[in-house]
Design a protein around this ligand. Structure first.
Ligand code: NAP
Length: 279
């Protein structure tokens, strides 16, 4: 029996067990994927004793992503650059950490908009928090010419420029609407628009008519930003796809099978988020 888990504090609302449970069942693998509440003061000890607990690895979520990165061996240059891990696995007696949020974002985008090209394009990213880090890095790795990072706390956008270089342009929150001309991709990575949070108020009047609009918030499944963008005729991509795609590599590292993000899996998780979901 191979076991993996997701650790966080709190962890009750994680949908990862539903995703990995679906794949375990689909592939007939004798395995288990569980939720594990791990308090910040217990993180180092938990990661040190993963094997003793019988785990092949774990997902790492808030508030542990950055601390965990300092406690494990970064598995690749992207993870080192991000300084945050969401996936931990054991190999040859060592505990490795990697970050699959960026590929989750890009693979979701590509699944929804197969022809999208970000080479030499200009993107606008709202937010400069933990999730923004992975999204901005992924967009730059796709060859974008410029990523305007719009954030309430400008200093955090400036930190992203110091980390990723001159292709990041920090922009003050009040200037968001003026950034939307000549924009191939608009991404919301703030928590605005999420259920229980303040709404995201952004005037899309100046948005490049070819722009794809995506929101990484997935509760609700279709945010007000996406509703408005769709009403204006933009192609929109919901945040749930990123959540599903970021899970793929972890599953393959622990259970040895590369799983697929199928419409059936999407609908299973969508119904868990919104019981009234209909395709
Ligand atoms: N789809 C997925 O797989 C996925 C993955 C990760 C995260 N997410 C979602 O992404 C969202 C952000 O997560 P995170 O981990 O990046 O959070 P975080 O590190 O706390 O960052 C929050 C971001 O939202 C901004 N913000 C919050 N309240 C604001 C307000 N009233 N006005 C303007 N900006 C505001 C913050 O700006 P300041 O810097 O000024 O505080 C910051 O840029 C969450 O809703 C999370 O559920 C989705």
């Amino acid at each position: 029996m191979i076991r993996a888990c997701v650790i966080g504090w709190p962890i009750a609302h994680s949908r990862s067990p539903l995703i990995h449970g679906y794949w375990l069942n689909q592939h007939g693998i004798e395995g288990r994927y569980e939720r594990r509440p791990v308090a910040p003061q217990d993180l180092a000890q938990f990661l040190r004793t993963l094997a003793e607990h019988g785990f092949a690895g774990c997902n790492v979520t808030l508030p542990h992503k950055e601390t965990a990165c300092r406690l494990v061996a970064p598995a690749d240059a992207t993870t080192e650059r991000l300084g945050a891990v969401n996936t931990v696995y054991l190999r040859e007696g060592k505990t490795w950490g990697t970050n699959t949020d960026g590929e989750g974002f890009i693979n979701s985008l590509r699944q929804s908009v197969p022809g999208i090209r970000l080479e030499n394009a200009r993107a606008v990213v709202l937010g400069a928090g933990g999730a923004s880090l992975a999204v901005v890095n992924a967009i730059i790795e796709q060859g974008a010419a410029e990523v305007a990072v719009v954030n309430r706390t400008l200093e955090k956008a400036e930190q992203l420029r110091r980390r990723f270089g001159a292709r990041v342009r920090p922009v003050a929150w009040d200037d968001a609407a003026s950034q939307l001309g000549e924009c191939r991709l608009l991404v919301n990575t703030t928590s605005l628009g999420m259920k229980g949070h303040d709404p995201l108020n952004l005037d899309l009047a100046k948005l490049d008519e070819r722009a794809v609009v995506t929101d990484i918030v997935y509760t609700p499944l279709r945010t007000a930003l996406l509703e408005e963008a769709a009403r204006r005729g933009h192609v929109v991509v919901e945040g749930l796809g990123m959540l599903l795609h970021q899970a793929v590599r972890g599953f393959s590292l622990w259970f040895g099978v590369m799983p697929k993000v199928t419409p059936e899996l999407h609908d299973l998780v969508a119904r868990d988020i919104d019981p009234d979901f209909r395709r």
